[in-house]
Each structure stands twice: as structure tokens, then as C-alpha cells.
Design a protein around this ligand. Sequence first.
Ligand code: IPM
Ligand code: MG
Length: 356
Amino acid sequence: MNQHEIAIIGGDGIGPEVTHEALRVTDAAADIFGFGVRKTEYPFGSQHFLDTGEMFPDAAFEEVKQQGAIFLGAIGDPRMEPGKVEYGIIAKCRFDLDLYINLRPIKLLHTDLCPLKNKGPEDVDMVIVRENTEGAYTGMHGFAHKGQPHEVSTQTMVYTRMGVERAVRYAFETARSRNRRKTVTLIDKANAVRAHDLWTRVFAEVASEYPDISTEHAYIDAACMWMVKNPEWFDVAVTPNLFGDIITDLGAMVQGGMGIAASGNIHPGRVSLFEPIHGSAPKYAGQGVASPVAAILAAGMMLGYLGELDAEKAIEAAVSNLLRSGRLKGVGTAMHATGEVGDMVVAELKALTVKS
Ligand code: IPM
Ligand code: MG
């Protein structure tokens, strides 16, 4: 029996409650598909920092590195200085574990969830490959003459040939293995951010190794427009870190909102981190009203990454059946209790596997 080791960080706000449901679904999938999951839970997040002054201690980080995957609920707390917990936990994992791909599938599971007119599941099915360790997120920033009228603040976007190339290559491999429209779109802003010329050149070089895959290009501003007007044009898109951050929030809305969007922070072959895209929603914390659907789908992605592809497919099918049959009324706050959604997905997962 395959045995998977998972580090769990519930995090802030609604993070722990949605994580709880995602793990119940993970356990149910383990029973059904016959694999084992050993979970190690960590208390890190803003509350833990405020209580203890501890963010993500080295000893725990070393332990986490030995696991197969990390599951993160959500982080962010208005009582914290902006960026503190983001850089202390999520960026630390992304950078120190070199999780160079942020994989964000944008798939509409049911027409009713889509805010766009006349678009259905056949129109919204794409994957955004967000470069995840470079660009504006490298943390190379500074201030001079702070507080004075001539204050200067800078933040450098960093791109390396290696970093760009591995993201672009991952996108081409994804287009090949998805075998859908077999198209990769490069989204950049090379007309204004001239450093993106590196992306233009590397993209063309890598593309020449994939004659079976077509290529397209869109500037980020236009890509935002097309995402809303013609989402069916996208299959796989690859983009620098900051643009990927922005366009995947837009994508999340197109697929039904923050309550459904899942993501993986991946270094192929190494410990990787899976999380819902949504934030910690502090005002809903502890009320049991947040939808755990995004967290459940992120847990599905995690199982797929760990090699449990049937479990990943079944979890997505269970959520999609519940939505299409109307039993799951949506993925917004207060539509169902958090635990009720977990119950429904577990029951549907069991029913599905009895049928098949
Ligand atoms: C995301 C989030 C993070 C990001 C924040 C929490 C730092 O918005 O994962 O998209 O900007 O990458
Ligand atoms: Mg974001």
C-alpha cells in the first residue's frame, strides 16, 4: 500500500476549518482507493506568531522538507504587518523549497457558477502556469529618504534564464499531457517591461522543441480582456509571477469564485505545497460558514501529485456531480455549513466508487 506523508498547516482565519474538511475527504479517498496518509499538523500562522513570536522555525521546516507534500489552508491576518506572514510562511516555502511552478487550473465545473454570459464548462478549461520564485516576488526592495518628500522606493523584478525556461518548459509539457487544444499562450508585458524580452526569446526557443504544440502570445492587459470575453481561447498559459497572481484571481471568478479555485506550488519530484487560492477571510473565521470546496479540490490536486490520480479524478467528479445535481447550491459563504459540504463530498465519493 502506498503511504503518503503530508505536512498540514491550517493557518489563519478560515484556513483551519476548510483544511479540516479537505482532510476528511483525503482520508475517505485513502480508504476507497487503498493508500495511506500520515499527517503531521503544524500550528504556524498569525495567531501562533502573536502568541509565541515564532513564525516557521528551522527544525519544523527541516521536518516538512522530508514529507511528500504540504497542505496549507490560508494565511493573512489584519493584525499583522502586511507581508510578514506571507513572506514568513508561503514565500518561505515557495523560495526555500524552490517551488518554481504555481499551477492554477481554471475549470468551470457547472454553468451556473460562471458569471459570463453564454459560457459553459466546454469554454472554461485552462491551466495557468505561474512562475513562482522570481519576478516581483524576490523581495529585492528598499527605501531611501523614508518619510521625506523626496523618498524613493524600489523593488526589482528578477528573471533568470533558468527560472524562465523551467516555467515555460513545464507549460509545454502540460499542454502535451492535457492533450486538449495543445496550445501554450505566453502572457507578458514585453512592450513596456523590456526585461520580458527574455521571456519572448526563451519561449520561442523552447517552443521549437515542441512542434506538436501551437503557441500564442498576449500582453497581460489584453489577456485579462480575453479571459472574460473568450476564455475558450486558452488552454495552457505561462506568465511571470505577479501577472500570474493577478490573472488567476480573475480566472477564479470565471470558474465560479474564490470558493472553488485550487492551486499547487510545485517542484516536480520534490515536496510540493497545495492550497486553495482564497485568503483567510478573517470575518468568517470560526463560524463554520466558509465553503471548503477550493480546499477539497486542492487536496485532490495534492493526491494527484502524489500519484493517486484516480483519487484526484474522483474528488473532482464528486464536487462536480454535487454542483450539477443542485445538491451543492454553490461555493459561496453561508450557502451550506462548512462541515455539511465535507459530509456531502465524502458521501458522493463513496457513492461514485460503488457505482463504478
Ligand atoms: C496567492 C496569494 C499570495 C501571492 C499572497 C498571499 C502573498 O495572493 O497565492 O496568489 O501574492 O502570491
Ligand atoms: Mg493571489
